[in-house]
Design a protein around this ligand. Structure first.
Ligand code: NDP
Length: 504
């Protein structure tokens, strides 16, 4: 797809932004900076589209969304090239995130009716004269504000579920990845040409702010906790509900009985892939002390072999956002100043726009590299007595997004997984939960609130509608001004019979 179309389409825009390849600084395309008026007009158009789209019903929406999935699959190579150019990530990583997005569109399309469609529910003895119906209706227009690190997988996690639930979407991608955002919007238009059920607005934070203030029926935000607070404040103006998918400080726990090779592979990939620019990337590793040194050796060996670059053989690309490099430098410097030990790399690993792999051992828990999201290819590794202590340390964080546990003892691993406060945990792998569309995705604390993906993700973009239909007159009518004492006593007796039993 020729992305220059976006430049021509919006030649009238007063202000523009350039999308730039972070590895080569080459300009990919120019986009308008949309202000409140343009955002408001898009939301207005979306209102009409939403009514049309909701009216199509589940079956037709399913067909259209499956057609979108199929389009994305057939054009995967082109989209991956664009993701590679705009973010700098290796082509294979771009392909991987698109494949995951495809799986999510498929699931959302196929499960929307089952999860959201009308169903009868039991009315209970007290309301036995009522037929009760529950359904989940679309909200209307959903504003999606996306980040740049996974410019396909992350927004599609909201867009696909919002569309499957019957909403129209106005999407503001990060100013670093507007071309990928534009591609997604154009691709949906290929299969839904009648109405703009997915629209693109481009610009920086102010455009996002305008969308949050625009009176949409929900905002699905993915980004940092700091920005989420601003978005939430803007949403408060109209009591616009918000789902916030924010950052993480994910921990990987290694038990004494773990497969150390598998754990070291997972830590290396979870921490270093995509240059560590992954919300559910591993940033902290807690290892049972009996196996600490062997694990560290295996991890160091793997990390030392990793190389960033722009070529096809590189393991990961440049830092997409130049300003992030300073944060990474600060975290490494702070960890070393507090007595942390560099096992692989260190401050010298920073060579803009690239950051080589950095493994830091024995970093004090109060260091920034342990408490704040680094969002770079760095890992801290610390010894712990056992999995239980690992859980305690992992939970001692303002973030709670993802986590991983390695142990050959299934019962102990599951107990640890359950005790971890994070929204998602993978046992004996990393980030596996993101590839299971039936599982909800989201966190708590500084990692945000609400859920995308799965049945919870579909309900996140719906409003529950409860309907009762009176089938016959009640045995005892208590909701009338002509209520009798006899009826009241009858119901009181029934309630006592049903609920008055003592429980111990
Ligand atoms: P930011 O918080 O900087 O930005 C996120 C989005 O919000 C961007 O589109 C940004 O626009 C926009 N924005 C900025 N200011 C405002 C504002 N005042 N009002 C409304 N919108 C605004 O995050 P990044 O793009 O840097 O993404 C990285 C962060 O995202 C990390 O913390 C990462 O962990 C998190 N993340 C979380 C995921 C999850 O699912 N939990 C998945 C992926 C990333 P612009 O970029 O144009 O400034």
């Amino acid at each position: 797809m020729d992305t220059s179309v976006w430049t021509q389409d919006h030649a009238w825009a007063a202000e523009t932004l350039e999308s730039v390849n972070p590895a080569t600084s080459e300009v990919i395309a120019t986009f308008p900076v949309h202000g409140a008026a343009e955002v408001g007009a898009a939301v207005q158009r979306a209102r009409e589209a939403a009514a049309w789209w909701a009216g199509l019903g589940y079956a037709q929406r399913r067909t259209r969304l499956l057609a979108w999935k199929s389009h994305l699959t057939r054009y995967l190579a082109r989209l991956a090239e664009l993701v590679h150019n705009e973010t700098g990530k290796p082509l294979a990583d771009a392909q991987l995130e698109i494949m995951l997005a495809i799986v999510h569109i498929d699931w959302a399309a196929k499960h929307a009716r089952k999860v959201l469609g009308p169903r009868r529910v039991r009315s209970g003895l007290i309301a036995i004269n009522q037929a009760s119906l529950l359904e989940y209706q679309p909200l209307g227009v959903v504003g999606v504000i996306g980040p740049w690190n996974y410019p396909v997988f992350t927004p599609v996690g909201s867009i696909a579920y919002a569309l499957a639930a019957g909403n129209a979407v106005v999407f503001k991608p990060s100013e670093l990845t507007p071309a990928v955002g534009g591609w997604l919007v154009s691709s949906l238009r290929e299969v839904v040409p009648e109405q703009p059920v997915l629209q693109l607005v481009t610009g920086g934070g102010e455009t996002g702010q305008a969308l949050a203030l625009s009176g949409v029926d929900k905002i699905a935000f993915t980004g940092s906790a700091a920005t989420a607070k601003k978005v939430m404040a803007a949403c408060a103006e109209n009591l616009t509900p918000l789902v916030a998918e924010c950052g993480g400080k994910d921990a990987l726990l290694v038990g004494a009985d773990a497969d150390l090779d598998a754990a070291a592979d997972a830590a290396a990939w979870g921490g270093l892939s995509n240059a560590g620019q992954t919300c559910v990337g591993i940033e902290r590793v807690y290892v049972a002390e009996e196996v600490y040194h062997s694990f560290l050796e295996k991890l160091a060996e793997r990390a030392a072999a990793v190389r960033p670059g722009d070529d096809r053989e590189a393991d990961y690309g440049p830092m997409t956002m130049p300003a992030q490099v300073e944060i990474i430098e600060r975290h490494i410097a702070d960890a070393l100043a507090r007595g942390g030990r560099p096992v692989v790399g260190g401050l010298s690993s920073v060579s803009r726009p690239y950051v080589g792999p950095v493994i830091l051992a024995d970093v004090p828990e109060e260091s920034r590299a342990v408490t704040e999201e680094t969002f770079g290819p760095t890992l801290t590794v610390s010894p712990v007595r056992d999995l239980e202590e690992g859980v305690r340390r992992a939970n001692d964080s303002s973030y709670a997004l993802g986590s991983a546990v390695f142990s050959k003892n299934g019962r102990r691993a599951l107990a640890a997984a359950r005790s971890l406060r994070s929204g998602m945990t993978s046992v004996n792998s990393v980030i596996a939960f993101a590839s299971v569309p039936a599982l909800p995705f989201g966190g708590s604390g500084n990692s945000g609130f609400g859920r995308i993906h799965g049945a919870d993700g579909l309900r996140e973009f719906s409003r529950a509608k409860a309907i009762t239909r009176q089938r016959m007159r009640p045995m005892a009518d208590l909701t009338t001004l002509r209520r009798s004492d006899k009826d009241m006593n009858r119901v009181l007796q029934l309630i006592t019979l049903l609920h008055g039993k003592r429980y111990r």
